[in-house]
Design a protein around this ligand. Sequence first.
Ligand code: AOS
Ligand code: ZN
Ligand code: ZN
Ligand code: ZN
Length: 388
Amino acid sequence: MTDHAAVIAAVAAMRIETPSWAYGNSGTRFKVFAQSGVPRDAYEKVADAAMVHRLTGAAPSVALHIPWDAVDDYADLARFAAAEGIAIGAINPNVFQDNDYKLGSVCHPDAGVRRKAIDHLLECVDIMDATGSTILSVWLADGTNYAGQDSIAARQDRLADALSEVYDRLGDGQRMLVEYKLFEPHFYSMDLPDWGTSYAHCVALGDKAQVLVDTGHHAPGTNIEFLVSVLLRFGKLGGFHFNSRNYADDDLMVGAADPFQLFRIAHELVRADAIRPEAEVAFMLDQCHNLEAKVPALIRSVLNVQEAVAKALLVDADALAAAQRSGDVLGAHAVLMDAFAGDVRPLLAQMRVEQGLDPDPVAAYHRSGYQQKIESDRVGGQQAGWGA
Ligand code: AOS
Ligand code: ZN
Ligand code: ZN
Ligand code: ZN
């Protein structure tokens, strides 16, 4: 696509969801550096997410984490979000922080613990009903640390049974995204370690189950755009947890460590026409801002995704296809690299002006006085829970 108006229209239509936990304090196992002004409850996280949306026009929903964002009345929280101009996005259950879950949640050897975990997942579907959320994001910390600790096969059976019970509870217009992670918190086996395992479970479950790709959850060197392309082809790419990593599940700002990888992923999405909201690929961030201020970090993350997508939209698809057909290795590669090398920031600034937004949302945030206001209004902000 080389028509700039069409690029602007496509980027402007894209929706990026921010996570409630990214607004809270977070850190590593060594230290959480608390910041002033961080939200004290779910309402204040929603308010911060709404600020990101007001400045970017691109982040109209916020993911919740239960029970970190537990409230008495979820419908009321959803009404508050709507009044702030955003919606409640994915519901993220937590089946890993209780002592009961030492040996796993839905894969635990004890049926009583499995029941407790499944009940929590079902409760999260109730919260979806109350908030209008359409996505249950299932990430399980299940796994083992030592060979022989538990039966790998039996754990897969327990996993399948649990997912299927939750799947059956999903209503119309609701879906379950099944996230995988190579390692951590377990270091011998994870019960959902990779996209193949997630994919196989999702196929067995049905159309409402799709794979969630967290970009930080792979072995070093994994070709993420490859698996994105394959999942798209099978209609099983449910969404992303975007972030960037240098080593493991670093949860740094998306596009920070490797903007070229983000561009390559965006290229596969554009090629499959999956950027459009109608394609129902959920573009969610899953990040922790341990050092940097949270709201401007999330604004910057949204801009980073927009830049990668704009560059991918600017790939000359006809020239690329012609070079690929004729076996012109260097020519095809050059078409892609030309788009990556371009500076799309002026185009996106123009897009924002056309949307009635400030062309520089980070600068607008610093001018807005919002940071000073939350720092004086909020005392004793929340910790996100763990380095997500
Ligand atoms: C954990 O490593 C996963 O990335 C989870 O997606 C996520 O951090 C969690 O669901 C937050 O609620
Ligand atoms: Zn994630
Ligand atoms: Zn992560
Ligand atoms: Zn993670």
